[in-house]
Design a protein. Structure first.
Length: 330
């Protein structure tokens, strides 16, 4: 399985403007002549465009340099050169692009949104522009201007309604599959989820964020790479597996990582969800809920769910719809 690419650096270059030229107008059979050198064409611009494909950055991993087309040189009879073709960089919705030369930042938040990030150079002037009363036969022309170029750091922050977080094997992928019909791969080992998986519930987007471990905010494991993807979610669904002997420790481990990473992230609305509830008796489930309530200072909503219990899945799905917008989207 290839790793998920959610940040990279590319060198981008807008096109150079075409050169202006020195040309002369000669009309057969007539005593007419004069400067007729055309201007150069504009160099192509570089644009960033938002697309729904969260894996699109993988396409840029092998070639890290991309350029728009240069403008064409002018020609005789005052004809302008061809404008250079623009280059459009497709990036996932939620991407932040930083021009590392100027520190200018661009953010793509909607599908189809297109922003010019580098401007092509202007075309040079042909000799017809230099004709005057004292210079009827100008030999001057100018070259086209260089286009802008820079290294860009591109970082993806998924734009989703809710992010499912938790320790590895908390049942997030299985839950996402059950309630949205997504096709996330499931396995009983750490970091099965190399890519954040997306699903849609009642029109709302859910993301299964890879499992976190203690020390993730400091770079341990894979989970730290994906903490940024929770920063734009409206709420956090904190999955705690019923398999954990001490659910409070499991909960606090992840919460501590969120606190270390970002206060904004740790202050988002949270729903605590005990997964794999079918493994517990009602009494055991109540005891785990009480332990979690103490760990969460009694300020967070609680639900329990089993992917083998359709009623619990419906209760969970309806609760999410209510939290998102008051009613389920069709």
């Amino acid at each position: 399985m290839s790793s998920f690419v959610d940040e990279l650096t590319l060198h981008l270059k807008a096109g150079k403007g075409g050169n202006g030229v020195v040309r002369w107008l000669h009309v057969k059979g007539k005593d007419l002549s004069g400067p007729a050198g055309g201007d150069g064409g504009r160099g192509g611009n570089v644009y960033a465009r938002g697309v729904r494909d969260i894996t699109i950055l993988e396409h840029y991993m092998h070639d890290k340099k991309y350029s728009a087309e240069n403008g064409g040189s002018g020609s005789g009879r005052s004809k302008e050169g061809k404008n250079g073709e623009d280059f459009t960089l497709d990036v996932p919705v939620g991407s932040v692009l930083v021009n590392m030369e100027t520190d200018e930042e661009f953010e793509i938040l909607t599908e189809g949104e297109q922003i010019m990030i580098l401007k092509g150079g202007s075309g040079g002037r042909g000799n017809e522009h230099f004709k005057g009363s004292e210079n009827r036969s100008p030999e001057q022309s100018t070259d086209g201007k260089s286009g802008e170029e820079a290294d860009f750091h591109i970082e993806l922050k998924l734009v989703v309604d809710a992010g499912l977080i938790g320790l590895p094997n908390a049942g997030k992928s299985s839950l996402l599959n059950a309630i949205t019909g997504a096709h996330a791969k499931v396995g009983n080992y750490e970091f099965t989820t190399l890519n954040p998986n997306l699903g849609v519930l009642y029109g709302f987007i859910l993301a299964d964020i890879p499992g976190l471990i203690e020390g993730a905010s400091e770079g341990r494991g894979l989970g730290h790479k994906f903490l940024r993807h929770v920063t734009r979610t409206k709420m956090i669904i904190h999955c705690v597996s019923a398999e954990n002997e001490d659910v409070a420790v499991a909960y606090r481990t992840v919460r501590d990582e969120l606190d270390r990473y970002s206060h904004e992230l740790s202050s988002k609305p949270e729903l605590i969800l005990i997964t794999k509830a079918d493994l517990l008796t009602p009494e055991e489930l109540d005891a785990k809920k009480e332990a979690l309530a103490r760990a969460a200072d009694n300020q967070t909503d609680f639900l329990s769910v089993s992917i083998y219990d359709d009623q619990s899945l419906k209760v969970f799905s309806d609760a999410l719809a209510k939290r998102f917008g008051g009613e389920a989207k069709s």
